[in-house]
Design a protein. Structure first.
Length: 383
């Protein structure tokens, strides 16, 4: 996932530094000559020697002659001993490092600026973001986490800060922590009235799958198709959902029915599994229709195993069907509402189908069928 926020801006834009110099009356009164150096909006007291070296460096900060810059850097580093001089030097090093794309120089300069009490709060945020990005790119996740954690504390409503910190926790194999941060990032962006990137929703679901986080994963699957109901996202959401909740029995059948209706039943093994489940549940005619669809789509070959054997099983089951014979496991009350909704939908009764799906989605005792009710409603909303 691409890192975002001020870190990207700080990495791309060179720091604009202007400096002016003036003698300090207070220093003259004390017998110690110093110079007031104004740089980056800060007034700094430096010695004449420091001022000369820093002034020379400042004049070359935007130059293209790296050899001259290096000599000026060496001179400034040799004489910059005071707190204020080291701060000014770090500002120049950051600008030069930005222009050169030199992360080693940038990191050292940012470390000084982050630790300095002279750094203004509004600048500190950008420094933390940029230094965290450098550490993250270098694989130093502990440092990146510490810096971006501090940034998140300073800007708790910044969705990008939360999302970037989530990447660190994910790299450190903390799936639960990463999930929490990314969920908060999505909520923060939504609260700001800004669009949430599709990648955030998809990564949230991916994290849940990797960490086997069932409840957060269910929420992530629902959120993904609610926000970005593309065919690919429906496939990702329903397959991941099935894996996370370990669907079986009636629920697995009804989940396959939804997957088929949405048009994202795409693998031969899925058609074979759905057919066998339906056949075992006393629905051989529906099983035969599923087989026919898989064959028509070129996913199944009726002449090869195991499809050949499955077809034979279904035909035998159809021959044994007797009217009035009770069928296999029935779902919960919410599940019956889902099945009623499917029947109404197949009969062309959309409003009645929506009512049934809504009843399932709102059933506090509906279990996983509340999720199916939601998924059906989300699907209908886009039809």
């Amino acid at each position: 996932m691409r890192l975002r926020s001020r870190a990207r801006l700080a990495a791309a834009i060179a720091l604009f530094v202007s400096a002016s110099f003036a003698a300090s009356p207070a220093a003259h009164a004390q017998g110690n000559v110093s110079t007031v150096m104004e740089i980056g909006g800060s007034k700094l007291a430096v010695s004449p020697q420091e001022m000369r070296a820093l002034s020379a460096l400042g004049n070359l900060a935007r130059a293209t002659q790296s050899a001259r810059q290096d000599r000026a850097l060496a001179d400034a580093r040799r004489v910059a001993n005071s707190r204020d001089a080291r701060f000014a030097l770090a500002l120049y090093e950051l600008e030069i490092g930005n222009r050169r794309g030199d992360d080693v120089m940038r990191a050292a300069a940012l470390d000084v600026l982050i630790a300095s009490p002279l750094t203004r709060p509004d600048r500190l945020v950008g420094h933390l973001a940029a230094r965290g990005q450098i550490a993250y790119r270098a694989g130093d996740f502990d440092t990146a986490g510490a810096l971006w954690g501090r940034l998140a504390e300073l800007t708790p409503a910044d969705p990008d800060a939360l999302a970037n910190l989530a990447q660190v926790l994910l790299a450190q194999q903390d799936a639960a922590g990463a999930m929490d941060l990314l969920t908060r990032a999505i909520a923060a962006r939504t609260a700001l009235g800004q669009p949430v990137a599709e990648g955030w929703y998809r990564q949230r679901l991916s994290i849940a799958q990797q960490g086997q986080l069932v409840a957060p994963g269910v929420d992530a699957a629902r959120a993904l198709v609610g926000a970005y109901p593309t065919r690919e996202n429906w496939r990702i959401a329903l397959v991941t959902y099935r894996q996370l909740v370990a669907a079986e029995g009636a629920l697995e059948i009804d989940l396959f029915r939804l997957t088929r209706e949405v048009g994202v039943l795409t693998q031969a093994a899925e058609y074979q599994r759905m057919t066998q489940l339906l056949n075992e549940a006393g629905e051989p005619r529906e099983a035969k229709a599923v087989l026919a669809e898989g064959t028509q789509r070129g996913l199944l070959d009726a002449a090869t195993s195991p499809t050949r054997e499955i077809i034979a099983e279904v035909e035998r089951a159809i021959a044994r069907v007797r009217p009035g014979v009770a069928r296999a496991e029935q779902p919960s009350a919410a599940g019956m509402q889902v099945r009623l909704g499917v029947a109404r939908l197949n009969a062309g009764q959309r409003s009645e189908a929506e009512a049934a799906f809504r009843a399932a989605a709102g059933d506090p005792a509906g279990g996983r069928y509340t999720d199916l009710g939601f998924f059906w409603l989300a699907w209908l909303a886009r039809r």
